[in-house]
Design a protein around this ligand. Structure first.
Ligand code: ATP
Length: 213
């Protein structure tokens, strides 16, 4: 099975591309989702996090409070490493399980969506057939994120500055989707990606485009 990475900076449109790929029957696995699964309520992963970081990283319902633990690891690289040592092997294990299940189900390709794929130096990257980058100008990304979340321009810029510069990402990517236009344009880009880049066996077309409304 071929695994392709899917990445892009804040507000670039990765999740939108992921949703479109799924509409065409291409399975997309999200690293964020896997990382939430490994600390789900009642999981061994969550118990290990609580043992290392204390019950103060939980919310009222006993679930991991991402903002609270985010503040702890933001302030300390050592604590971040400690958290990653708990999470990463478990995420990797889940990833392998999902990959295995998709392979058994006969899927020839799978897309792994990882927001910080280049920044994290992900070990799975070596096993990937290629990395797809979704990109758009800073102004467009800021406008989209502000329309989606209650954030100021300064908040979005701060998040952007914490990520690898776009030019560097473009140099590292194997396939680039420019998401500067309308959603219809993006859909065309996604169709090109599927037909020209994802190496689906000839007998596996990606199906008809969803019907017009
Ligand atoms: P993040 O990393 O911040 O979660 P992302 O890269 O996954 O972002 P999306 O959530 O897919 O980005 O897109 C950001 C916002 O912009 C969403 O509200 C999405 O609906 C919207 N959006 C994405 N692409 C377009 C487009 N071409 N035209 C209009 N809106 C778009």
């Amino acid at each position: 099975m071929q695994v392709y990475g899917l990445t892009g900076g804040i507000g670039s449109g990765k999740s939108t591309v992921a949703a479109m790929l799924e509409e065409y029957g291409i399975p997309v696995v999200s690293a964020d989702e896997l990382s939430r699964m490994v600390v789900a309520p009642g999981s061994v992963g969550l118990a290990d996090v609580v043992q290392a970081f204390g019950a103060e990283v939980l919310d009222d319902r006993g679930e991991l409070d991402r903002k609270k633990i985010g503040r702890v690891v933001f302030a300390s690289p050592e604590r971040r490493k400690e958290l990653e040592a708990i999470l990463h092997p478990r995420i990797r294990e889940r990833y392998e399980q999902v990959l295995d299940a998709l392979e058994k189900a006969g899927h020839p390709v799978m897309v792994y969506e990882v927001p910080l794929l280049f920044e994290k130096k992900l070990e799975q990257q070596d096993e990937m057939a290629g990395v797809i980058l979704v990109t758009a100008s800073a102004d467009t990304r800021i406008a989209r994120v502000k329309a989606r979340d209650a954030l100021t321009t300064e908040d979005v810029l701060a998040r952007m500055r914490a990520q690898m510069p776009e030019e560097e990402k473009r140099r590292r990517a194997n396939y680039i989707i420019h998401n500067e236009g309308h959603l219809d344009d993006l859909r065309v880009e996604v169709e090109h990606l599927i037909s020209r880049y994802l190496r689906l066996p000839p007998n596996r077309s990606f199906g008809a485009a969803p019907s017009e409304p």
